[in-house]
Design a protein around this ligand. Structure first.
Ligand SMILES: NC(=O)c1ccc[n+]([C@@H]2O[C@H](COP(=O)([O-])OP(=O)(O)OC[C@H]3O[C@@H](n4cnc5c(N)ncnc54)[C@H](OP(=O)(O)O)[C@@H]3O)[C@@H](O)[C@H]2O)c1
Length: 258
């Protein structure tokens, strides 16, 4: 397996979907630290350009390009695939799928438009973009895909069952994609992520204990992907919390308010 921390990704390209989020930024930088080439994709070109400039200055030997991408538009999904076809040398594509639309359950129950945005963006559009990329991934043996799911998808809770449903569905998409791409030598990592902080600055209190900084998350996730892992709870303790949540009988679970 070698030392993953220092693995050189010089010949590899990573498409970062959801590049503007703190997680997307941290992930792109984890690729840059390994000399990989990067495509930053998102809806706000100015933010992506600013991010690309930062990476180019800090990692002068790394290639960083940006591409406007709105997952809700079929045309935009198709042009991203065509862009990658032109930009990425044959067989060198890897994908980090980190975009989503989050909203809390109270707001969702007051707005069906919000419910639609959460389900459409976090599940339907995430599945559609992966479907569009299947031919390019099949042509990239040794390629890696990381799909960011969430521990919210483990079991439907009163406080976030719509976002949780989207993430649970995305987990099924990731699992199917893993089986679909395995014969072609492409590995798919599902990350069941717990709470992440918005920056790497220290956070105090319970949130500080539970929330993982994006830089540390990105490092663990890219290493897990490079080592060919199938799935990962992050931080590690969520495996045990999730197991405990699964063990609660439904008769009791339905009474819980969390
Ligand atoms: N934050 C947490 O505690 C946590 C916990 C578990 C899992 N996660 C997962 O981790 C990932 C990142 O979470 P986050 O909280 O850091 O995200 P965030 O700050 O809410 O950012 C969402 C990202 O998704 C992109 N996006 C949203 N709608 C899009 C669309 N229609 N087309 C293209 N891109 C779109 C946004 O890009 P633009 O707006 O720039 O286009 C942005 O980069 C998500 O998959 C989330 O579900 C987060």
């Amino acid at each position: 397996m070698g030392n993953l921390r220092n693995r050189d990704l010089k010949t590899q390209w990573w498409l970062v979907l959801g590049a503007s989020s703190s997680l997307g930024r941290a992930f792109a930088e984890a690729v840059a630290r390994r000399n990989g080439s990067i495509i930053l994709a998102g809806r706000n070109l100015a933010i992506l350009e600013e991010q690309a400039d930062y990476l180019r200055q800090k990692y002068p030997s790394v290639i960083v390009v940006v591409q406007i991408f709105d997952s809700s538009l079929a045309l935009s999904r198709r042009s991203l695939v065509r862009f990658c076809q032109r930009q990425v040398p044959a067989g060198k594509l890897n994908i980090f799928l980190g975009f989503a639309h989050y909203a809390g359950q109270i707001a969702i129950e007051e707005s069906l438009e919000l419910a639609t945005a959460v389900l459409d963006t976090s599940l339907t559009q995430a599945a559609l973009i992966m479907l569009e990329f299947i031919p390019l991934l099949i042509a990239s043996p040794g390629g890696r895909v990381i799909i960011v799911s969430s521990v919210s998808g483990e079991r439907g809770r009163a406080r976030n069952y719509i976002y949780g449903a989207a993430k649970a569905g995305l987990g099924v998409v990731a699992s199917g994609l893993r089986a679909r791409l395995h014969p072609h030598g492409v590995s798919v990592l599902t990350v069941k992520s717990g709470l992440l902080s918005k920056s790497d600055a220290p956070v105090t209190g319970l949130r500080g204990l539970l929330a993982a900084p994006p830089k540390a998350a990105a490092e663990v996730w890219i290493n897990a992907s490079l080592s060919g892992r199938n799935s990962l709870y992050y931080p590690w303790f969520w495996r045990w919390i999730s197991m405990a949540i699964w063990l609660i009988p439904e008769a009791l679970f339905k009474r819980l308010k969390f």
